[in-house]
Design a protein around this ligand. Structure first.
Ligand code: ARG
Length: 599
């Protein structure tokens, strides 16, 4: 009994520490007590609580079947799973959450939540802030490795996806109380720099005097230098020597290298500023000095073997081993990633390391994760852990890889420009040019345009390819950011037009959920915390998008069936509007979308 009591104690402190909003977890606590009373011998049965599927309950407890098969033959009290379900209900402790329960089918326990409790929870959230509904993850620090374009190459739509998805994951983790190291693992190291540097020396003999190199089109510069490299054997030799000088730390070569990197960095930064994305660069070059030491650690564990002149790690079930030192003695993508992982675990003390790239790189991640497991760096499937967050391709309307008409890689800046100008046109069409200042027009166009690009990406399961289509993403109907942003603005305008001081209502008003559409909206609001936790734990932003879209649907239903302004329930209903707006805004924030308040 002491054991059970202390376990319950531990569970409830855990729930308090981990944020109060999670209904599933709060129900789990209540049902855990009932399970202990129902089958005291089965101390390790964990409560299984899910969101209700039918019309009979808001949530379900699904333990009866499992418990019955465990105790069958041992305990004569129960004849079938149903009788276990009935006993679970009978043994439920007093709880303000639960209104009523009933057994369905083979023993599912349907749970109806108390609407008074629902109403109160919403009121509390309004008074104390949405942070009280934030999930709390059991880790302190995570690395999200995202965006990570390559120097001297164009940042393409794949990098855009990585930037958008990675930023959202970072935001969700941060909201859940985790410190996130937002890492831009740029490709700033490698043999291509030899030819770039030599070409720079040729083209700009004065390069050392320039604080900023006058190269507008670094990608074009890259192509020219590549041509030079392929066409001229003497240049090629110089370029190869330049790599050696650079990697040997020759200051002149380091200087040239860093100036070249700076050009790309400036371009990347433009995109990040527009998207409102924060990143801290620790490029491949950063880890270079640590590689020999990390490889020695792996060698000491007998993991590295020579193979055809290279040094490799053999991975069970994989035909080709992981190459960690090339046959020319150089390091590669894998040696850098193994070292970066070592650094993140040991120097940065990250407990969860998340990599966001296209699914095409899955094999690479599988391989070096496996090597890290062999080295004992990732001892369990709990924390510290690593995840590769893969995503599909961005397709054009022709179903092929997204390209411009001249079949070039699409420039991100152009893409964002177009999204912005299209949404500006749409606003002008709605007559906003006369109603609003130019500044408000532009700000809204940006919020809507960039929001649309982000949301169109995030709403899909990230593993699938998605088709980039401006008309679709900028449609003001359907599951789009435009629709959702407008819905939010409309809620704000309902509150504004009521003429009531919402801050005052929060202090004195009371939420009541008597109408079934009020209750349905209230219940959906209460799902927020567990949805964020699910989206975050499973690294699936689309879960949050779906929640947000459904929220707007529940709101529409409520608003069309319940008069707000001028009704006897006005105060409560305005508070419900406000709560919806707060939760919507929080979803926008987590998705990296700037809300609009007026439309
Ligand atoms: N620079 C790589 C690319 O453009 C992505 C790097 C991802 N991060 C990593 N740690 N490997 O494909």
């Amino acid at each position: 009994r002491v054991l059970i009591a202390s376990r319950i104690q531990a569970l409830s402190t855990m729930a308090a520490e981990r944020g109060n909003g999670n209904v599933k977890r709060q129900l789990a606590e209540v049902f855990e007590r009932s399970l202990r009373a129902t089958v005291p011998s089965e101390v390790d049965v964990e409560p299984i609580i899910t969101v209700g599927t039918g019309n009979f309950g808001d949530y379900q407890c699904n333990n009866a079947m499992g418990v019955f098969s465990k105790i069958k033959g041992k305990n004569a009290e129960f004849k079938n799973p149903r009788s276990v379900g009935e006993a679970i209900i009978k043994n439920l402790p007093e709880s303000e959450l639960v209104e009523s329960c009933s057994v369905a089918g083979p023993g599912f326990v349907n749970i109806v939540l108390s609407k008074t409790w629902l109403a109160k929870s919403i009121q509390n959230m309004l008074a104390e802030g949405i942070e009280t509904w934030a999930p709390k993850l059991p880790i302190k620090r995570a690395v999200v490795d995202f965006s990570s374009p390559n120097i001297a190459k164009e940042m393409h739509v794949g990098h855009l996806r990585s930037t958008i998805i990675g930023d959202t994951l970072a935001r969700m983790l941060e909201f859940s109380g985790v410190e996130v190291l937002r890492r831009n693992h740029v490709g700033d190291w490698g043999t291509q720099f030899g030819m770039l540097i030599e070409f720079l020396f040729e083209q700009f003999p004065q390069w050392e005097n320039e604080t900023e190199l006058p190269i507008k089109d670094l990608e074009g510069f890259y192509k020219q230098s590549k041509k030079r490299f392929d066409d001229d054997a003497e240049f090629k030799q110089r370029a190869q020597k330049a790599v050696v000088s650079l990697q040997g730390g020759d200051s002149k070569y380091r200087e040239a290298w860093s100036k070249i990197c700076e050009i790309s960095r400036r371009e990347f930064q433009k995109v990040y500023v527009r998207l409102g994305v924060q990143l801290e660069e620790k490029g491949e070059s950063f880890y270079n000095p640590y590689i020999p030491k990390v490889l020695d650690i792996l060698r000491s564990k007998n993991l590295i073997e020579p193979s055809e002149g290279a040094q490799v790690i053999f991975i069970e079930g994989k035909q080709i081993p992981l190459i960690v030192v090339k046959s020319d003695g150089g390091f590669n993508y894998a040696s850098t990633d193994l070292t970066a992982l070592w650094y993140r675990l040991n120097e940065e003390k990250a407990e969860w390391i998340i990599y966001v790239t296209d699914v095409g790189q899955r094999e690479h991640f599988e391989m070096f994760f496996h090597a890290a497991k062999l080295a004992g760096w990732l001892p369990s499937d709990k924390y510290p852990k690593v995840n590769h967050v893969g995503f599909g391709l961005v397709l054009g309307e022709d179903g092929k890889r997204f390209r411009t008409r001249s079949s070039e890689v699409v420039r991100l800046v152009d893409l964002l420009d177009e999204a912005k100008s299209r949404s500006k046109d749409a606003l002008i069409e709605r007559g906003k040019a006369t109603e609003w200042s130019e500044e408000q027009l532009l700000q809204t166009a940006e919020a809507v345009g960039y929001g649309a690009v982000k949301y169109a990406d995030l709403k899909n399961n990230r593993l699938t390819n998605y088709t980039f289509n401006f008309d679709q993403m900028l449609n003001d109907k359907g599951n789009t950011a435009v629709y959702l942003l407008y819905a939010h603005a409309r809620i704000c305008s309902i509150i504004r037009k009521s003429g009531k001081d919402i801050e005052e209502l929060k202090k004195i008003g009371e939420v009541v959920l008597d109408h079934s559409d009020e209750r349905a909206l209230g219940l959906h609001l209460l799902h927020f915390s567990e949805i964020v936790e699910e989206a975050c734990s499973n690294l699936l932003p689309n879960v949050l998008c779906e929640y947000l879209y459904n929220l707007s649907e529940f709101f529409t239903k409520f608003y069309s069936n319940c008069q707000v302004v001028g009704s006897p329930e006005e105060t409560s209903r305005l508070l419900l509007c406000e709560a919806t707006a707060v939760v919507m805004r929080t979803c926008f924030k987590l998705l990296g979308i700037t809300p609009v308040y007026q439309i």
